[in-house]
Design a protein around this ligand. Structure first.
Ligand SMILES: [Zn+2]
Ligand SMILES: [Zn+2]
Length: 241
């Protein structure tokens, strides 16, 4: 499995990092920040190959890149295969409406189908060829739902928290994963709304030691000395498992 981070930063683009998102095996996207399209083009990813986009929640740093992909498929890059978009319940209305506000009528027929899949917590679900599992996270519960995802891709399992504070769902989400991509917004301590290095230390002790943790949504560069099998993401960096 090959994981390429498009960005590794928090919503404030701390230290000039791009917003967090990663691509697995050049086909499966986890979150879609505003810089999605230029980064896919820099990486020379064949754009029609993007098969599934997993959206964790409705914050702009996690989904605002999607309309640019629709625009690309409408005018520049021909696509005929289905595009799956997984997200919190109501993801279809939210994304189609947002895209039409960005560029009126870009959701018209462009020769391919967009298939939306509402995440149903703790149920084995399918998006194209990918089987996945979702767990509700604890991010900004008063304003929106947020989901973590776990997916088996080409024989390996990746799990991703999206944005969240620590909750027991995180331990559940990590179960059986080869790589666990984790929100570590705070270089030290923990919360509000996100996790920090203290949470990472707790998670490291509670999940399988062989699961590699990759920290993202960074607010700076955390010091990982003494934490086995934990690394930080970096913009446009690729990890292989
Ligand atoms: Zn965020
Ligand atoms: Zn958020």
């Amino acid at each position: 499995m090959e994981i390429t981070f498009l960005g590794s930063g928090n919503a404030f683009a701390a230290d000039g990092r791009y917003w967090s998102s990663f691509l697995v095996d050049k086909k499966y996207l986890f979150d879609a920040p505003p810089t999605l399209l230029p980064h896919l083009k820099q990486l020379r990813v064949p754009l029609p190959d993007i098969e599934v986009i997993f959206l964790t929640h409705h914050h702009g740093d996690h989904f605002m890149g999607v309309p640019f992909l629709f625009l690309e498929y409408l005018y520049m890059t021909e696509r005929s295969n289905d595009l799956y978009i997984v997200g919190p319940p109501g993801v279809r209305e939210w994304i189609e409406d947002f895209a039409d506000r960005c560029y009126p009528n870009i959701t018209r027929d462009a020769g391919y189908r967009r298939i939306y899949v509402d995440a149903v917590p703790r149920k084995q679900q399918q998006a194209g060829a990918i089987s996945f599992w979702s767990v509700p996270m604890n991010h900004v519960k008063e304003s929106m739902e947020a989901f973590g995802y776990r997916a088996k891709i080409n024989g390996k399992t990746v799990a991703y928290t999206g944005d969240t504070m620590f909750c027991d769902g995180i331990i559940e989400l990590a179960d059986g994963s080869d790589v666990f991509v984790v929100d570590c917004t705070y270089n030290e301590g923990c919360g509000p709304e996100h996790m920090g290095l203290d949470d990472v230390k707790v998670i490291r002790k509670r999940i399988a030691p062989e699961t590699m943790m990759v920290l993202t949504h960074l607010g700076g560069q955390p010091h990982l000395d003494g934490l086995p099998n934990v690394v930080s993401a970096a913009d446009l960096k690729t990890f292989r498992f």
